[in-house]
Design a protein around this ligand. Sequence first.
Ligand code: CYC
Length: 199
Amino acid sequence: MSNSIYTLAAWLAGDFSNWEQAIENPPFFAHIRVCIRPIAALADQGVWLYLEQAYDYMLQQPYRTAVLQVLPLSDQQIKIVNYKLKQPTDFFGAARDRGRLATLTLAHLEPLPGCDMQVTYGSGKFSGQVEPGKNCCVFRNGRNTYLSSEFTVTEQTYSSLDRGNDPETDERVWGSIAGAFEFKKKTSFAAEVGEIYPL
Ligand code: CYC
């Protein structure tokens, strides 16, 4: 049962903080909050989650928002399809406001081709990485990059390493130079997964 999209969605559903890491290593790690919350079924398939990443002192102005569609791929594999919002600012803060989150529909979304995450379960955690092919294109700080990304999730933790690399040389252009961000779950929204997606 652990190898299930509902378990993965329930573990991802929460308000996370890397406070301990930020205090320990302030030059390399800002205090970041990641808030992931289930949204009403936008289509007939999978579990849908809304995500906001923000500096802890600017929760209402997240620097990145996304919608994740968690889908079964095979007995052993789960796929997360990534979407961006057409008008991200319209939903700023909705991760902590269920009423506004409930108004989010498929019409607000655009696909992010090449950015699917491939996920497997083992040893008590889910591990994933962006699909191979260097096709998840991110234009950032005036440069074209492709995303290299990996993450692990347990019931209480979320760890991620997102970087943008140069398509020609593979050198790192943006993202952590000191390893993965290590988040702890401060509030769980796991129960909302069961409410919205009754089994
Ligand atoms: C970008 N991070 C991305 C993108 C993906 C992910 C797919 C490219 C598409 C986009 O721009 O939205 C990551 N997607 C994921 C992960 C999962 C997923 C991990 C599994 C749940 O479905 N990311 C972090 C750190 C932070 C960060 C806390 C510091 C480096 O996890 C930053 N990610 C970050 C940034 C971008 C990004 C700055 C580029 C956004 C942009 O400039 O457009």
